[in-house]
Write a protein that binds this ligand. Sequence first.
Ligand code: 2HG
Ligand code: ZN
Length: 455
Amino acid sequence: MIEKLREVLPPHRVSTAKEDLDNWGRDWTRSFAAAPSAVVFPETVQEVVAVTRLANAEGLALVPSGGRTGLSAGAVASQGEVVVSFDRMNRFLDFNETDRVVRCQAGVVTANVQAFARGKGLFYPVDFSSSGSSQIGGNVATNAGGIKVLRYGMTRDWIAGLKVVTGAGEVLELNRGLVKNATGYDLRHLFIGSEGTLGFVVEADLRLTEPPAPSRVMVLGVDRMADILSILTRFQAGVALSAFEFFSELAVERVTRHRSLARPLKSSSAFYALLEFDAHDEPAALAAFEESLAAGWVSDGVMSQSEAQARALWALREGITESIAPETPYKNDLAVRISDVPGFLDDVDHAVGRIYPDLEICWFGHIGDGNVHLNILKPPGLAVTAFYERCDAMSPELFKLVAARGGSISAEHGVGMLKREFLGFSRSAAEIEIMRAVKKALDPNGVMNPGKLLP
Ligand code: 2HG
Ligand code: ZN
């Protein structure tokens, strides 16, 4: 099989070196061991087609691989698969100033798209902690969200077109950058969020927009979780927010220690809300703050006075994932409708006390768009496998609460292998059958990322 791969790609771009298999065989999840049989590095669409056709002919399983920052094991190769890395397909191909669309290959790093947009006096608004290493192809495959969804939406909202190679090895140009295109099923949107199960995203047309106005960042101390949504509603009445995030005291404790950061406020609170808004809304934001203080929703607050201070406040939120990584957390990425957040948080707060009475929980997330990250931290003495097994066994208790509110068990991290067996809490049996039929149509021999997404 390796010989055959070396016939369709130059031999030096097919690796079986142990360190390469370990490196490209996994993402940020730690629950599955990396065990690919090879890693290949195509440089052109035709090479991706050739690898896919070979996989169909020889019955190989392929795992598309971007920046490997995923948190649901969507890019983990643990069954002898061939990893197809996009690291060498990292070029910008075209930019059209009138359309405000940039076409790039799938392996372009998110932060490089942001920098490219800045260089053109424009803005690519999808942003998250892993922007420095995640790649556009992976962002498309998971419909990545992040910290600006409140104002700008998800990756889906910025995709003007895609070039894909289906699981059958066919090249499709989907939507070609059009704004309006009412010609039937929009296959572009099937690939967005497909987690590499239908084919490879090889190129993307990304929309860019005007840069935002200068902004301010505010961090507020909040004692009761339920008040966070009252604060959101009050601020949204007069302030155009670009972010509304939250994190718990435990998260602040971990992140300030890990990154040697200053605490945001003199006093500590059970929770903190982080708001970002346009600087010209500062008077309205201060009025909303005073009212929140008077209502007893907020105990204290700070507002950035400089770019450096704004960055330092953001670091408190963006550094959380890496600061708790040594505690190999069991991750939940839950969403409900925004108006359901207070009731849902209340349900979950009661439930975790019952489900995980002895475990530490690190809460944070993008509460302004209805998405909370619930990380259960592994106690020091417990083996990782035993810990994950215990959490997996308890997940249905939590997911029933999500399902009762019509929520999602994976808001923005994807399903991958980690949440696959729980998909039925967010998707009906009929929906899952249709998803299988779609996969069959685009990947008839099941070569694309087997074992991911579909139970
Ligand atoms: C974030 O919001 C990421 O920082 C990671 O989605 C969340 O680590 C997590 O659970
Ligand atoms: Zn997130």
